[in-house]
Design a protein around this ligand. Structure first.
Ligand SMILES: [Zn+2]
Length: 275
């Protein structure tokens, strides 16, 4: 017997306009297909490191129609696809509930927040952070050449201009491998502070007019530079970069059946879903 979605292993196309990036940074004919998460895969995803988690997750995502590296998918989009993959194990028009959820207002256990697949929504990333078309003059022929320049420019107090854009999943894996893996418990707080700066060094993709021998040299410079910035009023610029280049999932609102208060539930892939 087949359901609306065919057999379990079948891949389903995802409408790119649903993604936090709305598909803006991807080639025109590109399509993304996802397969539902199998029980075996669910076990594989649980209890792995952050970087391995995303590597495994990408196995269930297929790109067709245009050449594009999966690692270059926007991280926020992959987080969305992660939920879509899990929820495609269910029928789309059926309500899904989360088990073992405790009401933060009255403490009632297992209040079973319910939602529909289409209720899951991420903040859209602003189109401008992916880049814009600029007209450059060819110095030889003096002709106008339209060129796509990735990212958005931000200026610090001292005049330093940086170009930032949203993290790709490949960059996130890189970040997690360097700053999140194998952290002894007593070092977590310290590492998290590092991660906070580290995230900016990944969001900031370029310093215009400055050459670095490789990505590591660029990040090392940014790391030192941002460590100093964290002490003064440039925090505002950093906050703006974060607001423009990251996407947060909107919570699902659910009325607690015990106390009647509205609970804001942030649906994460690690929750246990049921229909
Ligand atoms: Zn309650």
């Amino acid at each position: 017997m087949t359901s609306n979605f065919g057999t379990m292993r079948e891949s389903h196309p995802v409408n790119l306009s649903w993604l936090p990036s709305r598909g803006k940074p991807y080639p025109e004919n590109m399509e993304i297909l996802v397969s539902p998460v199998t029980i075996k895969e669910r076990r594989l995803l649980e209890g792995t490191s952050t970087s391995q988690y995303y590597r495994n997750l990408l196995e269930g995502i297929t790109i067709v129609g245009a050449p594009f590296r999966k690692l270059d998918l926007i991280y926020a989009d992959v987080q969305f696809l992660d939920l879509v993959r899990r929820i495609y194990s269910f029928e789309q028009d059926k309500q899904i509930f989360v088990s073992n959820y405790t009401c933060p207002h009255c403490g009632a256990e297992d209040i079973r927040p319910k939602f529909n697949c289409i209720d899951i929504e991420f903040e859209d990333l602003k189109e401008e952070v992916f880049g814009k078309e600029k007209i450059l003059k060819d110095p030889e022929t003096d002709k106008d050449i339209p060129q796509f320049v990735p990212g958005k420019e931000y200026k610090f107090e001292d005049g330093t201009v940086v170009v930032a854009s949203p993290l790709t999943v490949g960059e996130y894996i890189d970040l997690a491998t360097k700053y999140l893996s194998n952290i002894p418990e007593n070092k977590v707080a310290e590492k998290m502070a590092d991660l906070y700066i580290g995230e900016y060094t990944y969001l900031i993709k370029q310093l215009p007019g400055r050459e670095f021998k490789d990505d590591n040299a660029r990040r090392e410079f940014l790391w030192d530079y941002l460590s100093l910035l964290f002490l003064d009023e440039d925090q505002e610029v950093l906050d703006q970069i974060e607001a423009d280049c990251t996407s947060i999932m909107k919570p699902i609102e659910y009325k607690c059946p015990e106390c009647g208060e509205t609970v804001e539930v942030y649906v994460t892939p690690s929750m246990k879903f049921h229909k």
